[in-house]
Design a binder for this molecule. Structure first.
Ligand code: 17E
Ligand code: FE2
Length: 411
């Protein structure tokens, strides 16, 4: 199969892509069609490596308002609402909601998802459902599962054992939530526990870290120090880190040295944290987004995630990472030309590093033929026009497509 006339990752000139047996066989500025080869002229559209959702809570998706709405818009009320919904979980209920959301993601160009799954549930119902779906859907979506202790490891009954059980069931990643633990001591011991569990079972780590507007919330330094000492940095991710927004600059200067030395990854969730943070502030209200621009400038790996799709923490969400990038560029004030043009990396290349996807990811000869085509010539234009994803191709097979509607001014 020959795809002609594509701008690869904002290139100035077009390329042709030949796909054979699910692999990028050849990529060059011009390829002659072979006798009998299927051939499609893409007409000068943008091709990118597939988008990656590096942070979402699929177990809770599509449950907003059931049984109660989050009235304060805080993280903590969201956790209370979710605890009520969690009591009613069945495997079938989780499966139906998640399957719907996987299709929402596919039409928006996503092929990889890291989902946090709450394991502070003695039955581990959602974990069981997600592990089944990970296997069933693997041809269309690559799902990575985090054992996420929403109500704490040390502060929830049997919390440590539930984490161990989830890892033994097949979770890919170990989570933690230091800012939710009862005490600072618990926060530190929960992180030590999570890191040791991950090291023992050779798992990745992704911590909900300091998702609070408390400048004294300092789980991140503990996580980074352990990652550095255990030489695990590239396998470790600090998600949210919104307290870093409120840290004083002198502390951040000291912290940044450790963050760089540790080599850990960061995920920021700009749509959801602009909504959840600053809720207890009078004016001026903090944005509560971690220091993305400064982390990137220091050489740290940062990606953007959606976090929620219509759940107790966020009453919106459509599976489009474009909206996430759009919001992130605004609140992080990353609106320079190059920053906008290259912002797709926040939901592709950088996220691939966080998810540890390795050499298989990317547009290059010999790799799996995973790519998307957007109805624009570069990502700057795609972002501004909210360009539809025309094609989502995984392993050489189309998993989603869209046909742009006709919107036109009549003058
Ligand atoms: N749980 C949590 O602790 N933080 C979040 N942002 C969400 C769930 C969505
Ligand atoms: Fe989250």
């Amino acid at each position: 199969m020959l795809y002609q006339n594509l701008y690869l990752e904002n290139a100035k000139e077009t390329s042709d892509i030949r796909v054979e047996n699910g692999i990028f066989k050849e990529i060059a500025s011009h390829l002659e069609p072979l006798p009998g080869e299927d051939c499609v002229d893409m007409g000068g559209k943008l091709a990118l490596p597939p988008f990656i959702e590096s942070h979402v809570h699929l177990d809770a998706c599509l449950t907003a308002g059931d049984p109660v709405w989050n009235m304060s818009g805080t993280l903590f009320e969201g956790i209370e609402c979710w605890a009520k919904r969690k009591d009613k979980l069945t495997k079938e209920d989780v499966r139906q909601r998640v399957e719907k959301v996987l299709r929402m993601y596919a039409v928006n160009g996503i092929q990889h998802i890291r989902t946090h799954v709450d394991v502070t549930d003695p039955k581990l119902t959602a974990m069981e459902a997600l592990i089944e779906l990970r296997e069933e859907k693997k041809d269309v979506m690559d799902i990575q599962i985090v054992a996420f202790p929403q109500e704490g490891i040390e502060s929830y009954p049997n919390g440590r054992q539930l984490m161990i059980d989830a890892v033994k069931m097949g979770a890919d990643v170990v989570g933690a939530i230091p800012h939710f633990e009862f005490t600072r001591e618990y926060s530190v011991s929960s992180l030590n526990f999570a890191m040791e569990l991950a090291a023992k079972y050779d798992k990745l780590v992704d911590v909900h870290c300091d998702e609070i507007d408390d400048e004294a919330s300092r789980g991140l330094e503990t996580l980074a120090a352990r990652a550095y000492e255990m030489n695990m940095g590239e396998k470790v991710t600090a998600s949210h880190t919104t307290a870093m927004h409120s840290y004083n600059n002198a502390y951040v200067q000291r912290l940044m040295r450790l963050l760089v030395m540790s080599g850990i990854n960061f995920v920021s969730n700009p749509l959801v944290n602009t909504h959840l943070q600053g809720r207890l502030d009078n004016y001026p209200k903090r944005r509560g987004i971690t220091r993305v621009k400064e982390l990137l400038a220091a050489g740290c790996n940062v990606s953007f995630g959606h976090d929620d799709i219509f759940d107790p923490w966020y009453p919106m969400g459509n599976g489009s990472l474009r909206d996430v990038v759009f919001m992130g560029l605004h609140v992080c004030q990353m609106m320079g030309y190059e920053e906008i043009l290259n912002s797709y990396k926040l939901i592709s290349t950088n996220a691939a590093r966080t998810l540890h996807l390795g050499e298989a990811y990317g547009l290059a000869e010999g790799k799996p033929a995973d790519f998307i085509v957007l109805d624009a010539k570069d990502y700057y234009e795609a972002l501004i026009t909210d360009a539809p994803v025309l094609l989502n191709v995984k392993g050489g097979k189309k998993i989603a497509e869209s046909v742009p509607g006709t919107k036109k001014a009549l003058f």
